[in-house]
Design a protein around this ligand. Structure first.
Ligand code: GLU
Length: 481
C-alpha cells in the first residue's frame, strides 16, 4: 500500500443520531494509518440527507472523537485548505460536476414519477426482468429531454452504468472484487431537490479533498463499483480502497442498538475510559502480534499496526471483554488521574447541576445521598423486589409499550424536559394508556424505586442513553413472558 503522495484519509459520518462506536472504530484505523505515514486525517460531515440532518448529532460526534483523543487534522471544527467540510455547504460543487457528467453523456436526466417507477417495478416482477430502474429515460432523445426541462418537469440525474460485462476493483484487504454490471442500477446522483446523493457527493469530495486511501466499513463494499464507475466517468485517479470488517453483536449479526448499546456517550457515561475504548476498538479485527498482548495504547498501535494483520472474520463487540479491559486500566490508574476522573466524569459539574434541583428537597442529610439517588450514577439497577408488570397488563404488552416508547425517545432531536414531556404525553394519548399503568412501571424501570423525584425531570437528567438502556434492559430481561 505504498504511494509517493502524502497520505490523506478521511472519516465521513452522517450526523444522524448517536455518535456511533462504528464511527470511532473507522476513525481509529484511519487515524493510525495517517499517523504512521505522516499523513492527514480529514473529517467530513455527510449531511446531504437534510431530513435526517442533526446539528446536535454532529456536535456529539466531534465531542466523542475528541474524548477518545482522535484529533482530526482538517474538519468543520478545525478548518483546513480543502473545506468547507460539511457537504451541505458544498452544493454548487456537486451541481457543477453533475453538469460535467451530463455534458460527457455519462449521466442523464430522469423524469420518471414515483407512479411510473412503481408500475415499471410491477411489470419487471411479473416478467422476471432485471431488477432496478428500467432505464426508460436513458434512451429519450435530446429534443425530448430539452422540451421537458424547458417545461419545468422535475427530474433527477442518473449515472449511466455499463449495461454489460463486469466491473472490478481491488480491496486492499480482500484482493480483487468483481461484480456483474447487470446487478447495478443506474444510480441517482442528484435528487430532484438539487441535493446530491451519497455516491456523487462522496466521490466528488474524495477527489477534491485529495483522498489517497478510502478506509471505511465493509457495508460500503457494494457501493464501491458505483464509485469506481464515477471515477472512470470523470477520468479521475481512484484512491485505494480498504473495507474494514463490520463490528458484530455476540450472536454475530451486524452491530445494532437493538442488541448492544452503540453510542459513545453511553460508554462514557458507563465509565469506560477513553484509553480502554481505543484499545478495545483496536482489537476489533487486529491484534498486537508483535508482543501478543491485548492491552496497548494508541501510540503503541501506531507504531505496530499493519493492515496485513487484519483478520476479516467479523470482530465481536463483546461487553464482557470491554469491562475486563476497562478494569485493567482502572487497576493501574495513577491516583491523580483517578481523582480527575471522579471529579470530571462521575461527579461532574454538569451531572451535579442537573440533579441539584431534584435532590435538594429530598435530603435530610447528605449521608442519604447514595441510598436515595444512586440511580443517577449507577447504570444497571436491581429490580428484585419490584413488580414491574401492573395487574391489568401482561409482560408482553409491557414489552410492546416500552419498546415503542424507547424508539420514540430515540427520535427526539434535542433532549429536554419540554421534548420528553411532549413525546410522553402524545404517546399516552395515542395508546389511550392510563397514567397509573404507565408511569408507575416507568418510574420503577428508570429509578429502581417507588419514590423518586418527578419522573419527567428525572428522565431529562438521566439523559437519553441511560433511559433507553434501562428500557431495553427490562424488555430483554423482565418483560419476557
Ligand atoms: N456517510 C457515510 C457513512 O455514514 C460514509 C461512508 C464512506 O466512508 O464512504 O458512514
Amino acid at each position: 500500500m505504498s504511494s509517493d503522495k502524502t497520505v490523506r484519509v478521511r472519516v465521513a459520518p452522517s450526523p444522524t443520531g448517536d455518535p456511533h462506536v462504528g464511527t470511532a472504530y473507522v476513525t481509529l484505523f484511519n487515524y493510525v494509518f495517517a499517523k504512521q505515514n505522516g499523513g492527514k486525517l480529514i473529517l467530513r460531515v455527510e449531511d446531504t440527507d437534510q431530513n435526517r440532518y442533526r446539528k446536535a448529532s454532529e456536535e456529539r460526534i466531534l465531542k466523542g472523537l475528541k474524548w477518545l483523543g482522535l484529533q482530526c487534522d482538517e474538519g468543520p471544527d478545525v478548518g483546513g485548505s480543502y473545506g468547507p467540510y460539511r457537504q451541505s455547504e458544498r452544493l454548487p460543487l456537486y451541481k457543477k460536476y453533475a453538469k460535467t457528467l451530463l455534458e460527457k453523456e455519462k449521466a442523464y436526466h430522469c423524469f420518471c414519477t414515483q407512479e411510473r417507477l412503481a408500475e415499471a417495478r410491477e411489470t419487471q416482477k411479473k416478467e422476471g426482468g432485471r431488477f432496478g430502474y428500467d432505464r426508460h429515460c436513458r434512451y429519450l432523445d435530446k429534443s425530448e429531454v430539452e422540451k421537458k426541462l424547458q417545461g419545468g418537469i422535475s427530474s433527477v440525474i442518473r449515472l449511466k452504468m455499463p449495461t454489460e460485462g463486469e466491473g472490478s476493483f481491488i480491496d486492499e484487504l480482500r484482493g480483487p472484487i468483481t461484480i456483474d454490471y447487470n446487478q447495478l442500477d443506474d444510480q441517482i446522483l442528484m435528487k430532484s431537490d438539487g441535493f446530491p446523493t451519497y455516491h456523487l457527493a462522496n466521490v466528488v469530495d474524495d477527489h477534491e479533498m485529495k483522498i489517497t486511501h478510502v478506509i471505511r466499513a465493509e457495508e460500503w463494499i457494494s457501493s464501491t463499483p458505483k464509485h469506481v464507475t464515477l471515477y472512470e466517468a470523470f477520468g479521475w485517479e481512484k484512491p485505494q480502497f480498504i473495507h474494514l470488517p463490520l463490528l458484530r453483536n455476540t450472536d454475530k449479526s451486524k452491530i445494532s442498538k437493538r442488541k448492544n448499546p452503540v453510542s459513545l456517550d453511553f460508554y462514557r457515561r458507563k465509565g469506560i475510559l477513553p484509553e480502554t475504548m481505543i484499545n478495545f476498538l483496536g482489537l476489533m479485527g487486529w491484534s498486537f502480534k508483535a508482543e501478543e498482548r491485548e492491552k496497548f495504547s494508541l501510540e503503541e498501535m501506531v507504531s505496530s499496526f499493519k493492515f496485513s494483520d487484519i483478520s476479516l472474520g467479523g470482530p465481536v463487540f463483546d461487553q464482557k471483554k470491554l469491562s475486563w479491559l476497562n478494569q485493567q486500566y482502572i487497576q493501574t490508574m495513577p491516583q491523580e488521574k483517578f481523582l480527575k476522573h471522579c471529579r470530571e466524569e462521575m461527579f461532574s459539574e454538569s451531572i451535579l447541576k442537573s440533579i441539584y434541583p431534584l435532590v435538594r428537597e429530598r435530603l435530610d442529610s447528605f449521608d442519604e445521598f447514595f441510598e436515595k439517588f444512586s440511580f443517577f450514577f449507577t447504570l444497571d439497577l436491581k429490580y428484585e423486589n419490584l413488580s414491574l408488570v401492573p395487574k391489568e397488563k401482561t409482560a408482553s404488552e409491557m414489552k410492546t409499550i416500552f419498546l415503542e416508547l424507547s424508539l420514540l425517545l430515540d427520535e427526539i432531536d434535542i433532549w429536554s424536559l419540554a421534548t420528553v414531556t411532549q413525546v410522553m404525553n402524545s404517546y399516552l394519548k395515542d395508546k389511550a394508556l392510563k397514567p397509573k399503568e404507565f408511569y408507575m412501571p416507568l418510574r420503577l424501570i428508570l429509578t429502581g424505586r417507588q419514590d423518586s423525584p418527578p419522573l419527567l425531570e428525572t428522565m431529562e437528567a438521566l439523559g437519553r442513553d441511560v433511559v433507553r438502556y434501562r428500557l431495553q434492559w427490562v424488555c430483554d430481561h423482565i418483560f419476557t413472558g
